[in-house]
Design a protein around this ligand. Structure first.
Ligand code: Z5A
Ligand code: MG
Length: 213
């Protein structure tokens, strides 16, 4: 658009271990970017508000059962339904912060052991590729101490360890940054904010690439 001078916003994703502080940091990052005069928007996956998101919510709360393949495809569809919105914002010069993305989709499904890694990546091939992924890394001891751990379907320590090993396998150094999340909220926030500002600057004139293409 004329307002952004043809420059696009950055796509910044927060991924990581369960209870690592992704949602907390997403909110803090959005506030800090806005205060710095950077237009930005926040979305979370799963987006539990759409029709598909409501089914995902029931699955996670164990009030509904679905086959491993079916829930995997719904998580992916739940991302694709937001792609036009995300692309439009980026092209208008607004940055987009995402609380989880396709990496969670692959890691949680592949950790079940019933679907191979390549099959799991398939449905998300071609999504907008992030300019930066923060992987919030938390030790399992620290994770189990955080509030709310263990309430939903996947929140078991052993399963979470498998998930983490798959995150490590699918990381791409082109945009992946591991962050020590076992620090205070403020310390983590400072690091994410600085790195995000640099990425917003660097991404301005780059095309939006396709994930895993
Ligand atoms: N899932 C999937 O299978 N496939 C997919 O494609 C996608 C997701 C997208 C629900 O996701 C589940 O869906 C998830 C993956 C699966 N299953 N698991 N596990 P979700 O994103 O809705 O999950 P959640 O319930 O929001 O939990 P979370 O995201 O793992 O938590 P978080 O966002 O990382 O943490 P938080 O809510 O910001 O913080 C947790 C607590 O720790 C809270 O009390 C904070 O105040 C506290 N906290 C935060 N930071 C700190 C620090 N630095 N120190 C101390 N305490 C802190
Ligand atoms: Mg969260």
């Amino acid at each position: 658009s004329s307002e952004s001078g043809g420059r696009r916003g950055a796509l910044i994703v927060l991924e990581g271990c369960d209870k690592a502080g992704k949602s907390t940091q997403c909110r803090l990052l959005l506030e800090a970017l806005k205060d710095a005069g950077k237009p930005c928007h926040l979305f979370a996956f799963p987006d539990r508000n759409t029709e598909i998101g409501k089914v995902i919510d029931q699955y996670l709360k164990c009030t509904k059962n679905l086959s491993d393949e079916a829930i995997h495809l719904l998580f992916s569809t739940n991302r694709w339904e937001l792609v036009p919105t995300i692309r439009e914002l980026l092209l208008n010069g607004e940055s987009v912060v995402l609380d989880r993305y396709a990496f969670s989709g692959v890691a949680f499904s592949a950790a079940k052991g019933t679907m191979d890694l390549e099959w799991c990546m398939g449905p998300d091939v071609g999504l907008p590729q992030p300019d930066l992924v923060f992987f919030l890394n938390l030790t399992k001891e620290a994770a189990s101490k955080r509030d709310d751990f263990g309430r939903e379907r996947y929140e078991k320590t052993e399963f979470q360890e498998k998930v983490k090993s798959i995150f490590m396998k699918i990381q791409d150094p082109a945009y992946w940054k591991v962050i020590d999340a076992d620090r205070s909220k403020e310390e983590v926030q400072k690091e994410l904010f600085q790195l995000s500002l640099e990425t917003i600057e660097k991404s301005k004139n780059k095309p939006i690439l396709k994930l895993w293409d």
